[in-house]
Write a new protein. Structure first.
Lengths: 447, 701
């Protein structure tokens, strides 16, 4: 060995020194995959860290709006202003809120008895409320003078009105109660009355995409579909238990979801009412209200079991569950129109504001921060099936009563399953057919 | 007043009379309700008895008297007898059912229009909300015209007083008469001359550029420079403005230079020179000149006038420059004295450091080569025979990287071979059963060409209250560990968590893992290695850290860790006296010590410096994926999806940005309106043709 030569790194400072202090540091990268044999393990570690951090930052509760002197019965979101929310209570009081400052801007007693439902007109300058006193009142959303505090219009109905919904573009709104009635803003009498059967209706909702369609939930456990033009009622689907609320997907014209008394939510396609296209499980008590996210990809459900659950519209299990110690039975939930927040009204007089994604950072994000978060999200997605990642991502603490209820439901289900299995084993083959979960809950489809 | 009262009285009495008369008739009379609002509802309380039916016989009877009327009555009767009676309408419930059915069919058809829109939005990689519609509608003419303002009176008057100069249309006036013949010929000759001159000049330039004489070029260049300088000076005197312009031009050239790579050591010429530079001092000088030109051209000109963002544009302190005198990039000035230094990069630094360390520097006049030679001989003498050592070390490390393909793993593989698809790497992944009860018709789960595959998790949340959480976790852990003991080994990731010491890896030849990553060898590197680093002794280079010893220590630890130990169950003082100074009986001692099973020979016992890990790390198994997640159909697909990196550490920035784009993009504070009918007209929606998805959406059950 005569000469010894050793390579030493010497680099051009142009490659690694930044030109100005404001630049980011230059990082020379060699993307040759042979130089990165441990890409996947490294990214796995990053994914683990990301998912842990996600759970660390998961603090969805933002705040509550208190002021009502009785349980909150209904909520309505303003169609064009994010900060405006109207809420009605069981004592007939209506409050308007400014969500940005979390203050009540206006309150007045609108009805005797419950405020059954509220809805804004599409322009947002007025809103309609219906109450137990058989009146339908229209109010101005903004008060300039004392005259504006009085209702703009009061309509008297023959029977109790339990729900109201407004057409997206025409000056028409529908109410439900004894029948589904169609009103025009200028008339004192309903323009049309849709009757089908004798049972009363408790929720009605207009489709926002296919604007002439509306659907209502009846107390005979059915969901009825209407066309507000000539044809009137179209079809009825009867379920095992009654549906409490209904929400149309704002992006997909033919999809709607109902919140059912049997702890489940059912997503239907208008064209295939014979069976729901999806059953969403998770609640441990009756589901009271449901509302779609404006993107149509998710929806939120509030239940009698004191929890709010968020579901993805194509998946059967909930993505997240929100609860607080003080929150009682949910009566209404809403997903705000910027897809960021969830509002829930409950029995104990409070309206609560939640983040729609529990660990999302609120406020302005710098581009690099956003990139980092996006990277973390896509890593979580990539490694979602790895057991540790999955375990951390899907673990939630719930109150003990929920856990107990879940255990109970589980045993009940197992029992039923076992029994069915036994019966099948001891009877003629084919005598006891396999019924898919989706068909189990539908009694019939009425023409 | 009295009149009114009188009339009231009269009206009252009249009413009374009428009611008295009507009481004589026993039938009930209900006054027809009057309404002042249009409605299509009749209250049940407002019903009155009334028949509207017209009896034609009665009508005809009235007319019977005259002959003329007889005719009419006959006609009437005839029409009545010949009229076809319409069939009785359907019962109301049935009629309504039919109405509902037809209405439903209509609605179904109408709603079906949305299929392509929905299918598209469900299957594309990402969607931005709110959905924007760029309206392609043209403005109505009237709207467009309203934007033009009329001139006010004042403006008009002003214009009369001082008319604005009319902007004349500058149209090039075409020569009306073409050139005369003579002119034409002259023009053509002129053009030909020009062309000829051009070609001469081109030929000359070509010839000159082919001249290889460097001296010629240098002289040429110098002349040119001189000429330019002279011209510039003259220009400065004559026409300062023009000079300024020229200066600007020069500045521009400099800027151009700044962002090209000229006058660096990267060109072909420079590379050639670089090879010769080792032996030829003159060439070195040339190269240095070249580099210095480049530097001077690319150096940022310090502006005398202070600018606002002075602090920002301030270059970073070049403290590193002074540190490393051997880096050719860092030499500030190049004059003849440090030409040598400029080419002293590479190994010389190392060598010189050694000199500084071990030798008293007395005479620095000696040649570079000389010094290195001496140094190497010195190194040799101080470390006798380290070569073999090094080789073994590398071998050991290699073994460690690849080794643990254990028996168990093989066995398991063999066992499940019948069912298992072959994995491209030795990961242990099982197939999913076909009896998977996952819903198959949800669009999310469809495998689409365009979509990047994502794992779909539709499972219950793992809910626990705070008390039960730990219990659950423990349970799970026990289970996994017990499973683990049985399960086959997965050795791939074992090296991941071992402590990586960069020193140990210095001499390892690249070991290609058994993956599908393209393995393009860097040939140049290989070549270079052979040339420049021929068999360096590791110990020689890394004198301070004793690699071999540390490796042996590691092996020792590994052996001790796995060695079973005796378990001592003696209870001092049990059945005998205990305490200080009392020794337990020998018999008892022997009885209560559980002998460890005899040590099994390790596989790496006599194999030199190798560590073979015989037991797998239980901590790793917890991280293993047990089966192929839903949308993926084969192990290969899933592995590929995991293998594709996302981070900008591994892939270029652009690809990274593209890959991490979230599937739903929303804007803060923007209201997302529901889908609009205009979306139906958007071409991308109309043209969306993914038949499988559409069929699925529109399928009837």
């Amino acid at each position: 060995m005569s000469k010894m030569k050793i390579k030493v790194i010497s680099r051009n400072p142009d490659d690694y020194l930044r030109a100005t202090k404001r630049d980011i540091h230059k990082l020379p990268r060699n993307y040759d995959p042979t130089l990165h044999p441990l890409e996947a393990p490294r990214e796995y570690v990053r994914a683990m860290n990301a998912v842990k951090l996600e759970r660390v930052f998961a603090k969805p509760f933002i705040g509550n709006l208190d002021g009502h002197r009785d349980g909150v019965s209904s909520l309505a979101k303003h169609p064009s202003r994010l900060a405006v929310l109207a809420s009605g209570a069981f004592d007939g009081e209506i409050r308007l809120w400014d969500l940005a400052v979390r203050k009540c801007t206006r309150n007045f007693v609108a009805h005797e008895g419950w405020v059954r439902a509220l809805c804004f007109t599409p322009k947002g300058d007025t809103f309609t409320s219906v109450g137990d006193d058989k009146t339908i009142k229209t109010w101005k959303s903004e008060v300039q003078s004392s005259v504006d505090e009085e209702p703009v219009n009061t309509l008297l109905s023959m029977s109790v009105v339990t729900g109201v919904t407004h057409h997206r573009s025409k000056p028409i709104f529908a109410t439900c109660g004894e029948h589904c009635q169609l009103w025009e803003n200028t008339r004192n009498e309903p323009v049309k009355v849709f009757k089908w059967g004798v049972d009363s209706l408790h929720h009605v909702s207009f489709n926002q995409v296919e604007q002439n369609l509306l659907a209502s939930c009846a107390s005979d456990r059915s969901v009825i579909l209407y066309d507000c033009r000539e044809s009137g009622p179209l079809r009825k689907v009867v379920m095992e238990l009654r549906s409490n609320a209904l929400s149309w997907n704002p992006m997909e014209a033919f999809i709607f979801t109902v919140a059912n008394e049997d702890y489940n939510l059912y997503t239907f396609d208008v064209r295939k009412l014979k069976q729901p296209i999806n059953v969403h499980m998770g609640h441990t008590s009756a589901v009271i209200d449901v509302d779609y996210a404006p993107t149509g990809r998710e929806f939120v459900a509030g239940s009698y079991d004191k929890t709010v659950r968020i579901f993805e519209s194509l998946k059967g299990n909930s993505r997240d569950v929100y609860h607080t110690k003080r929150m009682q039975r949910l009566t209404c939930v809403k997903w705000t129109l910027d897809n960021k927040y969830i509002l829930s009204g409950s029995d104990e007089m409070n309206i609560r504001m939640w983040k729609a994604r529990a660990s999302e950072k609120l406020g302005v994000l710098k581009p690099r921060e956003r990139t980092a978060l996006n990277y973390a999200d896509s890593l979580k997605e990539k490694f979602a099936n790895h057991p540790q990642v999955k375990r951390i991502a899907r673990h939630r603490h719930v109150p003990k009563h929920i856990l107990n209820a879940q255990n109970e439901i589980r045993t009940i289900k197992q029992k039923a399953k076992r029994k069915e299995g036994n019966r099948r084993a001891h009877s003629k083959p084919g005598a006891i057919p396999f019924v898919p979960e989706r068909q189990k809950h539908i009694v019939k489809e009425d023409e | 007043m009295e009149d009114i009262e009188d009339t009231d009285l009269v009206a009252l009495e009249h009413d009374r009379l009428i009611s008295a008369v009507s009481k004589l008739d026993k039938t009930q009379h209900i006054t027809e309700p009057t309404r002042n609002e249009p409605t299509n509802l009749n209250s049940e309380f407002n019903l009155i008895k009334r028949t509207n039916k017209l009896n034609i016989d009665n009508v005809a009877k009235v007319l019977e008297d005259t002959a003329h009327h007889v005719q009419i009555s006959k006609k009437l009767k005839k029409t009545q007898s010949g009229a076809k009676v319409l069939s009785k309408p359907l019962e109301k419930p049935q009629a309504e059912r039919i109405k509902r059915a037809t209405g439903y069919e209509e609605t179904k058809k109408k709603v079906g229009r949305w299929d392509p829109v929905v299918a598209r939005s469900r299957t594309v990689d990402y969607v931005t909300f709110p959905i924007k519609h760029v309206s392609a509608k043209l403005e109505p003419t009237s709207d467009f015209l309203t934007k033009f303002k009329l001139k006010s009176e004042l403006e008009k008057e002003l214009e009369e007083v001082d008319p604005q100069p009319m902007v004349e249309d500058e149209e090039e006036e075409e020569p009306i008469f073409p050139k005369s013949y003579e002119e034409m010929v002259e023009y053509r000759q002129h053009l030909a001359k020009m062309r000829a001159q051009q070609s001469y000049k081109a030929a000359k330039a070509k010839r000159q550029s082919k001249i290889k004489s460097k001296k010629f070029h240098r002289v040429l260049k110098k002349e040119k420079l001189k000429q330019e300088l002279k011209e510039f000076e003259e220009l400065q005197k004559r026409d300062p403005e023009e000079a300024l312009k020229k200066l600007e031009g020069i500045e521009k050239a400099r800027a151009l230079e700044r962002h090209t790579l000229r006058h660096k050591s990267t060109g072909k010429w420079a590379k050639n020179k670089l090879i010769r530079a080792k032996y030829d001092k003159e060439v070195r000088q040339q190269l240095a000149d070249q580099l210095s030109v480049g530097r001077s051209l690319t150096k940022k000109v310090q502006d005398n006038q202070s600018s606002d963002d002075e602090g920002d544009d301030e270059p970073t302190p070049n403290f590193t420059l002074s540190q490393d005198p051997f880096n050719p990039w860092m030499v500030q000035r190049s004059d003849k004295s440090n030409v040598n230094a400029e080419f002293d990069f590479g190994y010389k630094k190392f060598v010189q450091n050694k000199i500084n360390k071990h030798k008293e520097s007395d005479d620095s006049d000696s040649d570079e080569n000389d010094v290195s030679d001496k140094d190497i001989s010195y190194a040799k003498s101080s470390h006798p025979e380290p070569k073999e050592e090094k080789l073994t070390v590398t071998k050991a490390i290699k073994e460690k990287l690849t080794a643990p393909k254990s028996k168990k793993g093989k066995k398991a593989a063999a066992k499940s071979k019948a069912k298992k698809p072959l994995a491209t790497s030795n990961w242990d992944v099982e197939t999913v059963d076909d009896t998977d009860n996952k819903p198959k018709d949800n669009l999310e789960y469809l495998k689409l060409k365009k979509q990047k595959p994502k794992a779909v998790i539709d499972e219950e949340l793992l809910e626990s209250s705070s008390k039960t959480a730990e219990g659950m976790a423990n349970e799970e852990k026990d289970e996994t560990i017990s499973e683990l003991v049985k399960a086959a080994q997965t050795p791939v990731q074992e090296s991941a968590d071992s402590n990586i010491d960069p020193n140990r890896f210095i001499e390892v030849k690249p070991k290609y893992l058994n993956t599908a990553i393209s393995q393009v060898e860097n040939e140049y590197d290989q070549l270079d290695d052979d040339q420049v680093v021929p068999r360096v002794n590791i110990e020689e280079v890394f004198e301070e850290d004793d690699v071999v010893a540390s490796f042996r220590q590691e092996k020792e630890d590994e052996i001790n860790k796995d060695k079973p130990e005796d378990i001592n169950l003696t209870l001092p003082g049990w059945g005998a006296w205990g305490g200080k100074g009392v020794k337990p009986q020998k018999r008892k001692r022997n009885r209560f010590i559980l002998k460890a099973p005899p040590k099994m020979p390790r596989r790496d016992e006599n194999k030199g410096d190798i560590i073979i890990k015989e037991f797998k790390d239980p901590k790793l198994a917890v991280h293993k994926v047990k089966d192929v997640p839903f949308p993926f159909e084969s192990v290969k697909d899933y592995e590929a999806s995991i293998r594709a990196p996302l981070g900008n550490t591994f892939i270029p920035e652009k690809a990274h940005k593209k890959l991490i784009r979230p599937s739903i993009i929303t804007k803060a504070g923007k209201i997302i309106e529901p889908m609009d009918e205009e979306e139906l007209l958007v071409p991308k929606n109309r043209n969306f043709k993914n038949q499988s998805v559409m069929k699925l959406l529109g399928r009837k059950k």
